[in-house]
Design a protein around this ligand. Structure first.
Ligand code: SAM
Length: 289
């Protein structure tokens, strides 16, 4: 259902500082958590995810480690509260494997334009804001800003205009409808590039629905106070906006973290061949001084 990305590289870096207590902030289906638990038989893992479906599957997948493994449904921006609830002051490592899992991407929850589904895109089903609300209610300027900033989409204004024009006639209800609107704006010569024209717009709306960049910034800022000396912070990101946040975080906190990845680690050709979804991954890691 989901092939863990940069699995050995990330978990080896996480465990490399020693210690036994680790937080997997993006548990997903538990691929990375499993490797941590297998590689270090002394390790305990606290797994956080805000997606109930992922949590249920991870619980199944990691049943054999039950007594070394705890799960919390939470936004990782609240990781300090999760630890406080467990009575934990400090841990030995935080792992973030950002973005969506294949489980989410292949679901009928509206994450992918390749699967006909209602426009939802919420990782956490208890949350109110959905993609439907953004696409049908946000003002044109706000839509254009989101698509430009979070999608890095050059045609953002045209796409926002097309969305607003369409929704005057009827609400935009499904992924395919939205993808068609984006496609209608693209000139013929740009329609057949390496990535589908709707990719950037979908990424932008997903980031807005889930407040992905805000959560990441908040969570990173909380890690220094919660890490033991030599504790590790390991982050795998999947697009330039996330990677920039991680890179700047380490730069701004060079008095607190020794950077372990002078250049980000990227998947080998072999990994990309086996799992094309890994191709944009970048891993950065630091050690608490
Ligand atoms: C790429 S997947 C992780 C896959 C996992 N490492 C594995 O091997 O199965 C990312 C997961 O992080 C979760 N997630 C993303 N942002 C989150 C946030 N702010 N708080 C909690 N979970 C989040 C998603 O719901 C998703 O399940």
């Amino acid at each position: 259902m989901h092939t863990p990305v940069l699995l050995e590289e990330s978990t080896d870096l996480l465990l490399g500082g020693g210690g036994r207590l680790f937080v997997d902030c993006t548990l997903g289906l538990g691929g990375h958590a499993r490797r941590i638990l297998e590689k270090n038989p002394q390790a305990f893992v606290i797994g956080i995810d805000r997606d109930e479906e992922a949590i249920e599957l991870a619980r199944e997948n990691l049943r054999e480690f039950e007594w070394r493994f705890f799960i919390y449904k939470a936004d990782f921006a609240d990781l300090d509260e999760v630890l406080r609830a467990e009575g934990i002051d400090k841990v030995d490592g935080f792992l973030f494997d950002l973005g969506v899992s294949m489980l989410q991407l292949k679901s009928e929850r509206g994450f992918s334009f390749q699967i006909e589904a209602p426009l939802d895109m919420r990782m956490d089903k208890d949350q109110k804001l959905t993609a439907y609300k953004i696409v049908n209610e946000y003002p044109e300027r706000e839509l254009a800003r989101i698509i430009w900033e979070y999608g890095e989409e050059k045609l953002s204004r045209k796409i926002a205009r097309a969305i607003v024009r369409y929704r005057k006639k009827k609400p935009i209800e499904t992924t395919k409808e939205l993808a068609e609107i984006v496609l209608s704006v693209y000139p013929e010569r740009l329609k057949h590039g390496r990535i589908h024209p709707a990719t950037r717009t979908f990424q932008a709306i997903r980031i807005e629905v889930n407040r992905e960049l805000e959560s990441l910034k908040i969570a990173l800022e909380k890690t220094p106070d919660l890490l033991n000396p030599k504790g590790r912070l390991v982050v795998i990101s999947f697009h330039s906006l996330e990677d920039r946040i991680v890179k700047n975080f380490f730069k701004e906190h060079s008095d607190i973290f020794r950077v372990l990845t002078k250049k980000p680690i990227t998947p080998s050709e072999e990994e990309i061949k086996m799992n094309p979804a890994s191709r944009s991954a970048k891993l950065r890691a630091g050690e608490r001084i």
